[in-house]
Ligand binder design. Structure first.
Ligand code: ZN
Length: 76
């Protein structure tokens, strides 16, 4: 495999997708990156700060558990 030059969809800067990285991505079944390493870092930082999906998942799980308990209690 050869090094590849990809243009970042976020900042439009070209970056090198090295042969080594390509091997790693293929081994894990990932698609080619569409963002440069800088934008990828920024993006993961943002999701770490917000984490809206994480809280929602927890709340849903707790609500579901409570409902189940309520049903079990009303049957007795
Ligand atoms: Zn970028």
């Amino acid at each position: 495999m050869k090094d590849k030059i990809i243009t970042c969809i976020q900042c439009n800067e070209p970056f090198i997708f090295t042969a080594e990285e390509q091997n790693r991505y293929h081994a894990r079944g990932f698609d080619e990156p569409i963002r440069c390493p800088n934008c990828r870092k920024k993006k993961s930082k943002e999701t770490n700060i917000n984490q809206p999906w994480k809280d929602q998942g927890r709340k849903k799980h707790r609500r579901h558990k409570n409902r189940k308990n309520f049903k079990e209690n009303s049957l007795e």
